[in-house]
Design a protein. Structure first.
Length: 480
C-alpha cells in the first residue's frame, strides 16, 4: 500500500516515529494509503531546512520567485487529470467538480500570486518639505499553513502561493483526512526545481503535527482554514507568542430570497449553493429565508429539483453529489438530521444514508436534505453542519429577515436575491458577514478580500490582503 511521505528540505522523508495511519477512500470505505504520523521532530527538521533556505529565497527578486510559481502552476496543469482523480478518491467529491473547480483553481492560485507579487507596492508619505516616509514590505519569515479537507489542494495552495510569492518559507500541514494531492504537490515542487526548504509539507494529525507547527517559536505566522473550535485552540497557543494569525473559520450562511428575484436563475443557483461538494463548502448557504408570498412556490419547486439530484459514485459524470468525506463526518451529519426532527423540523426530502451497489457499497453517502418548520434560533439553525442539509424559513419583511440572518455566532458569507437595488445595497451594508453575493453565489475574483467576521475568523486573505498578511511593514523616515 502506498505510503505518503513528508517533503522536507526538497526530499521525501518518512516520519521520524516511523508510524503511519490509515487514509480512507470515502466512496468505498476502504483504506487505500498510509499517512505519516509526524511529530515535533519532523516539524523541527522542516524548520531547520526553512531557516537555511530563507536568506536566499527572501532575497530573490520578485520576478524570479514569480517564475518558480509559474513553473509549479504549469506542472499542476500538466498533471491536472491525475490530480483530479486523486482529489476525488481522497475526498469523495465528484470527479467533474475536481476537474472543473479544485485543480484549475490550484493552478490559478499560483498564477495569480506569481503576477500579484510583481504588482505589489507599498506606500510613501511626504511629511513636510524635508521629510519622507516610505514603507518597506519584508517577508515575515517561516509561515505555518494549515488547511482543511473540503477543498484540499485548492485551499492549501491558496495559502502557500502568496506566502512563497512574498518571500517567505512555508511549512504546510494538510488535513490528515485528505493528504494525497498535497503529497503530489511535493513531487511537483521537486520537478519545478523549487529550492529545498522553501516549502516543506509535514503530514499527520492536527493535534500533534498541526499543534507542533502552531507552537514552534520560529514559525512567525499561522494561516489556518478550518473549524471555529480548532481556530480557538490555535489562537490560545499562537496569540501569547504574538504570532501573526489569519483564521478562516466556520460558517452558517444565510440565503435571502425576495419574491422580486429572477426566479429560475435563483432556483438553479440555490440548488448549487446548498449542495455543491455535498454541502461541504464553507460558503454554502445552509439557512434559506424566503419571502412569505413566494414560500410555497419555492418550497415545491426546490424539493422537486433537489429530489432529482443523483447521489452516486463520484467517478461517474452522472453523480451530482459524491461521498461524505469520512465516517465520522457522515455520522455527524446524520446526528444533525435526527436533531432537526427532535427540534420539530419536518424533513421535506432526503436525509437518509444512501447504499450504492457495486464498487461504492461500503462508502458514506447521504441524500441531500431539505427541512422546514424550525425556528431560526434552534441548534439546527445555529450550529455548522457542513453537509448536504438546508433549512427553509419564511419571512415577512427586511427587518425580520435581517434579524434572523444575523442571529448566529458566524459571519462568513451571505446571498441575497432581489431585483430591488436599494434593498440590495441596504441589506449588504447591514448584514454581518465578510462576503455578500447579490443575485449570484461563489463568483470569485482572487483580487477581493476573503474572510469572515464574528466567529468565522479574523483577517482577510486574497489579493493584496494576502500579500500584506505575509509581509511585515517597516516604516523608514528620512530627513533630508
Ligand atoms: P478542522 O478544524 O478539524 O481542521 C482543519 C485543519 O486543522 C486540519 O489540517 C487539521 O488537521 C488541523 N488541526 C486540527 N486540530 C489542530 C490543532 N489543535 N492544532 C493545529 N492544527 C489542527 O476543520 P476541518 O478539516 O474539519 O474542515 C472543516 C471546517 O473548515 C468547517 O468548519 C468549515 O467551515 C471550515 N472551512 C472554512 C473556510 C473559510 O474559508 N472560512 C473554508 C473551508 C472550510 P487534521 O485534519 O489532521 O485534524
Amino acid at each position: 500500500m502506498e505510503k505518503i511521505k513528508n517533503y522536507i528540505n526538497g526530499a521525501f522523508l518518512p516520519p521520524n516515529s516511523n508510524n503511519y495511519f490509515n487514509n480512507y477512500n470515502p466512496s468505498t470505505g476502504e483504506v487505500y494509503s498510509m499517512i505519516p504520523d509526524s511529530t515535533e521532530e519532523d516539524v523541527q527538521l522542516a524548520v531547520d531546512s526553512s531557516k537555511k533556505a530563507f536568506p536566499v529565497w527572501s532575497e530573490l527578486s520578485a520576478e524570479k520567485r514569480s517564475e518558480y510559481l509559474l513553473r509549479i502552476a504549469e506542472i499542476i496543469n500538466k498533471y491536472s487529470e491525475k490530480l483530479a482523480v486523486a482529489e476525488t478518491v481522497d475526498n469523495g467529491k465528484p470527479l467533474w467538480l475536481s476537474k472543473s473547480v479544485d485543480i484549475p483553481r490550484a493552478v490559478k492560485n499560483f498564477e495569480f500570486f506569481a503576477s500579484a507579487i510583481k504588482h505589489f507596492s507599498s506606500e510613501a508619505h511626504s511629511t513636510d518639505k524635508n521629510t519622507l516616509n516610505y514603507t518597506l514590505r519584508q517577508p515575515v519569515g517561516i509561515i505555518g499553513a494549515i488547511s482543511p479537507w473540503n477543498l484540499p489542494l485548492y485551499l492549501f495552495t491558496w495559502k502557500i502561493a502568496p506566502a512563497l510569492a512574498a518571500g517567505n518559507c512555508v511549512i504546510g500541514k494538510p488535513s490528515e483526512i485528505t493528504p494525497m494531492t498535497s503529497y503530489m504537490l511535493s513531487e511537483i515542487c521537486i520537478e519545478a526545481g523549487l529550492p529545498g526548504g522553501v516549502l516543506n509539507i509535514v503530514h499527520g494529525y492536527g493535534n500533534t503535527a498541526g499543534k507542533a507547527v502552531v507552537s514552534h517559536p520560529e514559525i512567525k505566522a499561522i494561516t489556518f482554514t478550518g473549524g471555529t473550535s480548532t481556530g480557538r485552540e490555535i489562537s490560545k497557543i499562537a496569540s501569547p507568542m504574538f504570532k501573526k494569525l489569519s483564521l478562516e473559520l466556520g460558517g452558517k450562511n444565510p440565503v435571502i430570497i425576495f419574491s422580486d428575484c429572477r426566479y429560475d436563475e435563483m432556483l438553479e443557483t440555490t440548488v448549487n449553493s446548498s449542495f455543491r461538494n455535498q454541502g461541504e463548502i464553507c460558503l454554502c448557504g445552509s439557512r434559506i429565508f424566503i419571502e412569505k408570498n413566494l414560500y410555497k412556490k419555492f418550497r415545491d419547486d426546490f424539493i422537486k429539483r433537489v429530489s432529482q439530484l443523483t447521489v452516486g459514485d463520484p467517478l461517474l459524470d452522472s453523480s451530482n453529489l459524491g461521498a461524505i468525506v469520512s465516517k465520522q463526518h457522515f455520522e455527524k451529519i446524520l446526528y444533525y438530521i435526527e436533531l432537526a426532527k427532535t427540534e420539530g423540523g419536518k424533513i421535506l426530502c432526503g436525509g437518509n444514508p444512501v447504499k450504492i451497489n457495486g464498487r461504492c457499497d461500503g462508502g458514506w453517502f447521504i441524500e441531500p436534505a431539505v427541512i422546514e418548520g424550525l425556528s431560526s434560533d434552534c441548534r439546527t439553525n445555529q450550529e455548522e453542519i457542513f453537509g448536504p442539509v438546508v433549512t427553509i424559513i419564511p419571512f415577512e419583511n427586511e427587518e425580520e429577515v435581517l434579524q434572523m440572518a444575523n442571529s448566529t455566532e458566524y459571519g462568513l458569507a451571505s446571498v441575497i436575491w432581489t431585483e430591488n437595488l436599494s434593498r440590495a445595497h441596504n441589506l449588504s451594508a447591514k448584514i454581518k458577514s465578510g462576503i455578500v453575493w447579490i443575485n449570484c453565489w461563489m463568483v470569485r475574483d482572487l483580487r477581493t478580500p476573503f474572510g469572515g467576521v464574528k466567529n468565522s475568523g479574523i483577517g482577510r486573505e486574497g489579493g493584496l490582503e494576502a500579500l500584506r498578511f505575509f509581509t511585515e511593514p517597516k516604516n523608514v523616515c528620512i530627513k533630508y
